[in-house]
Design a protein around this ligand. Structure first.
Ligand SMILES: *[C@@H]1O[C@H](CO)[C@@H](O)[C@H](O)[C@H]1NC(C)=O
Ligand SMILES: [Zn+2]
Length: 429
């Protein structure tokens, strides 16, 4: 019962008259019965009947039941860039220089997050064959994410499945999952993808801001010159293998051509781990309506989830100030096309240099929920979906497809990047 429910009447200020004294037990029973009846009536009338009226209090109440699972947090990148991945050098129990620490996570009702294990994508060379340290660096980012979860194991619980996430949240923990932010981190190898899965990676963005051997990128503010016209044939093999092992296909950052082809090809629901609507800001990095229309419930649609990015430079054209209302506008717009069951939150915290007014860090998620409650039309179930349930449904969908494909006897892909000359070349051994 909420704080708005009527309180039982106190009898302390009733005058002690003999006649009334005798009647009081019967009258009290009647009053109590009437109150119980009113409570039941209000309860039946609607789920909102017993909830706090104040939007912020209501948001806090909803989030205490269904906390936020953020689809994209760059804490490992902050650890790498600021502290050389030395977890002795920073303390998440105190306010950090970034947007994420334990006290603020608690205040913001954070129930889980994908740790982005990102390394950058510059200098690929022709045919994306220039040797790089990206696989090493990705392993280091996976390592630092796990070191953080281990160091603060009273707070975090490392998870590899939707069930584990639910159990972690039920146990009062913050579920931690791993997401790779670009197929450039694979070293052009599906074997590496399989091993990332074995290490716990549960989503991979098909590209970052550069094209790679698998797919074309959106670039950021301007499109990049396409290399494949969407997915390469090796990129199609990649989608199959991601579906088969159970790594979510993330189409944030990709060219529209890549997104549309991936949606055609994937058996699993997709995610956009941190993307905004192009409707409000016509930049290539944002999602066009054409892609949003392919995501939703029902026949011919991908059951995926579009998780809204808080980065002001994506939310609005240059020079315009973004705030909580701007993020709510994006969520409502995406929901108007894809449906409320297909929105989520992918803040990009710790990965961006500016943040919207009122959404400065992980402690502020309730502000966004309060804004949507103020606007109306968002049920408790809708908001639980936005907070994390939609993402968990999609993760379960990908788990189911992986299970089915194995049951059908689908074999690991033996596809090799055709520009590589170092494999199977018959040389000395
Ligand atoms: C958005 O930008 C693209 C590329 O710069 C341009 O072709 C298109 O006309 C723009 N759309 C709108 C609605 O301004
Ligand atoms: Zn990103």
């Amino acid at each position: 019962m909420s704080e708005n429910a009527p309180l039982l009447p106190s009898s302390a200020d009733s005058p002690p008259l003999a006649g009334q004294q005798r009647k009081r037990p019967a009258r009290t029973i009647l009053v109590v019965l009437a109150l119980i009846g009113a409570c039941i009536f209000v309860g039946i009338k609607g789920e909102n009947g017993l909830l706090p009226k104040n939007p912020m209090k209501r948001a806090q109440y909803f989030l205490s039941n269904s906390p936020v699972i953020d689809g994209h947090v760059d804490l490992p990148e902050l650890a790498r860039v600021m502290y050389g991945n030395n977890v002795d050098e920073f303390n998440l129990r105190k306010k950090t220089v970034g947007h994420v620490d334990i006290p603020r996570m608690k205040r913001g009702h954070m129930g889980g997050m994908f740790f982005s294990v990102y390394v950058d994508c510059v200098e690929d060379g022709p045919d994306f064959l220039l040797p790089t340290n990206r696989v090493r660096d990705t392993l280091e980012q996976i390592d630092v994410a796990k070191l953080i979860m281990e160091r603060y194991s009273d707070v975090f619980e490392y998870c590899e499945s939707a069930t584990e996430v639910r159990d972690a949240i039920y146990g009062g923990k913050v579920a931690g999952l791993l997401g790779v932010e670009g197929a450039h981190q694979l070293g052009n190898s599906l074997g590496v993808l399989r091993q990332y899965h074995a290490l716990g990676v549960r989503y991979m963005t098909l590209t970052h801001s550069c094209n790679n051997a698998f797919a074309d990128s959106a670039g950021i503010f301007e499109p990049v010159e396409p290399a494949h016209g969407g997915l390469s044939s090796f990129g199609k093999d990649l989608i199959y293998e991601m579906n088969r092992v159970g790594i979510l296909v993330d189409i944030s950052h990709v060219a529209d051509t890549t997104a549309l082809q991936a949606l055609e090809l994937t058996r699993s629901p997709v995610i956009l781990s941190h993307s905004d609507a192009r409707h409000f800001n016509n930049i290539s990095r944002n999602v066009p309506d054409e892609v949003l229309r392919k995501i939703g419930s029902g026949k011919g649609k991908n059951d995926g989830v579009v998780m809204v990015n808080f980065y002001p430079a994506f939310l609005l054209p240059r020079g315009q100030k973004a705030d909580v209302k701007t993020v709510a506008d994006h969520i409502e717009y995406i929901a108007s096309i894809s449906g409320k069951a297909h929105v989520g939150i992918g803040s990009d915290y710790d990965g961006v240099e500016t943040v919207p007014e009122g959404l400065e860090d992980v402690s502020k998620y309730p502000e966004l929920f309060a804004e949507l409650i103020r606007r109306g039309g968002w049920s408790q179930k809708d908001l639980a979906g936005l907070a994390g349930e939609n993402l968990l449904r999609v993760l379960e969908g990908a788990e189911r497809v992986a299970f089915d494909m194995k049951k059908e006897g689908k074999q690991p892909s033996m596809a090799v990047y055709d520009k590589r000359t170092d494999l199977g070349n018959g040389g000395e051994y």
